[in-house]
Design a protein around this ligand. Structure first.
Ligand code: UDP
Ligand code: MG
Length: 335
């Protein structure tokens, strides 16, 4: 029987874990598959961990990876994929915004031979602000990046074991998983769904994190912002030339007139200063990301695991130079 690994990142989801677990258990009973539920506790500050360890004690299908601190959603999902041994891995939010029953549809499409089945929002119940910014973001992203990243698509998706295997080799720090999966390729297919509202608790993605994430998406998949700098440079050089010609001609035609230059000078200085600082900022963002990457620190730290066979996860995270990166299933591992 094939094994499906569900990956749930958990950050302060105390109020959702029980419902999520009961819904999922009920759902997978209809399936002719074995399942494992991988919960990655991303440094929750509430009672999430206690709930999860309780589940792990009762149910051998439950695996819990407990991070040493909060590493962020994308890293939590990464750790879940690192641990997963299924023939397919399904990534889902834990707040029931991604309807569990849609995962069955993902599995159906996978059985039809698709390697990546991503859930695309037909509708979203978000604030007007979030909808507008998301639309703008995907427009910018797709106009900049070399690969096609599907719009209205989060991380809710099914990936085949071979895609998961490939994804495990991507150890970049500032992660944008949906972009990586798009880049990996294979046979990809969307499934439309209606996204629900968060069941309980509040979002772990405040505006600041969202902006950072958007920047990761753009900078992780495009170097066009860097090319933009030279374009702006050309534009400014052209403006400078105009200014020079103007100043010289004026000096030649009215040699005795003192140019009342203060306004013009101050505008020029502020304009050049502003644009330059902005451009250095773009370079700085790339340099910062290079710096993080070059340090080559582990992506995450695990302080404890529950129900996870010991070989799968090293204390400092996944060992990507291991000869065989996918842990073979241990007999009697999963009921
Ligand atoms: N999450 C996480 N670490 C974080 C923030 C969020 O693991 O630092 C998890 C969270 O528990 C949820 C998923 O990522 O399962 C999506 O987060 P959330 O629902 O808060 O984001 P939103 O749906 O509001 O964009
Ligand atoms: Mg959510």
């Amino acid at each position: 029987m094939k094994l499906i690994s569900y990956v749930f990142p958990i950050y302060n989801e105390e109020g959702n874990i029980d419902l999520l677990y009961t819904t999922m258990s009920g759902l997978v009973e209809q399936l002719d598959y074995r399942c494992e539920f991988i919960f990655v506790n991303d440094g929750s500050r509430d009672g999430s961990l206690a709930k999860l360890t309780g589940l792990a004690q009762r149910d051998p299908r439950v695996r819990v990876v407990d991070f040493a601190r909060n590493f962020g959603h994308q890293i939590a999902v990464t750790a879940g994929i690192d641990v997963a041994v299924g023939d397919a891995v399904i990534i889902m939010d834990s707040d029931l915004q991604d309807p569990p029953e849609v995962s069955l549809e993902l599995i159906r499409e996978w059985e039809q031979g698709w390697d990546v089945v991503y859930a695309q929002r037909r509708s979203r119940r978000d604030t007007v602000f979030k909808r507008l910014t998301a639309a703008a973001f995907y427009r910018i992203l797709n106009s900049l990046s070399e690969i096609e990243i599907p719009k209205d698509t989060g991380d809710f998706r099914l990936i085949d074991a071979k895609v998961a295997h490939q994804l495990r080799q991507y150890r970049e720090h500032d992660r944008f998983l949906r972009g990586m999966v798009a880049e990996i390729g294979f046979k990809q297919k969307p499934v439309l769904f209606d996204r629900h509202e968060r069941h309980a608790g509040e979002t772990g993605y405040p505006l600041k994190k969202m902006l950072r994430f958007a920047a990761d998406g753009i900078m992780g998949f495009s170097s066009k912002p860097l090319q933009l700098i030279s374009r702006v440079g050309w534009g400014m050089a052209a403006l400078a030339l105009l200014g020079i010609v103007y100043a010289i001609v004026r000096k030649l035609v009215f040699p005795e007139e003192v140019v009342s230059g203060w306004t013009f000078t101050i505008i020029a200085i502020l304009f050049v200063g502003g644009v330059q600082t902005l451009m250095i900022g773009i370079i700085g963002s790339y340099v910062g990301r290079i710096y993080t990457q070059v340090k080559a620190r582990p992506l995450y730290g695990v302080q404890a695991t529950y129900g996870v066979p010991a070989r799968t996860v090293a204390p400092t995270g996944y060992e990507d130079n291991a000869a065989d990166t996918v842990r073979p299933a241990v007999p009697g591992d999963i009921t």
